[in-house]
Design a protein. Structure first.
Length: 103
């Protein structure tokens, strides 16, 4: 796949994430919050819920401004949070795969 096709796919993914509303975003948000908190504490859950709300707001702002370089930064930020949690606890990968099963 050439780089323009990859870039287009990333733009589409960002737009879909930014435009996901209602129950779809709530479900995704809750799953990521629980995963990132790693069942450590309600304070940790609140912290990650706030981070995800802020992250999505920045994503929506970037998509609306057609600032896809910044969208790539935001994707790396979320990926970093996920990788950090995968390194933090032993059952994180199983938890993530259970939360997001393959179709």
């Amino acid at each position: 796949m050439d780089s323009s096709a990859i870039e287009h796919a990333q733009r589409v993914a960002a737009r879909v994430t930014a435009e996901a509303a209602g129950e779809e975003w709530k479900r995704h948000h809750m799953t990521l919050t629980f995963f990132l908190a790693g069942a450590r504490s309600s304070h940790e859950e609140e912290h990650h819920a706030y981070k995800l709300d802020d992250w999505r707001k920045r994503l929506v702002d970037c998509v609306e401004a057609d600032a896809y370089a910044k969208v790539a930064e935001l994707r790396r930020e979320l990926r970093g949070w996920l990788l950090e949690e995968l390194e933090y606890r032993d059952n994180a990968l199983a938890s993530l795969l259970k939360a997001y099963p393959r179709p």
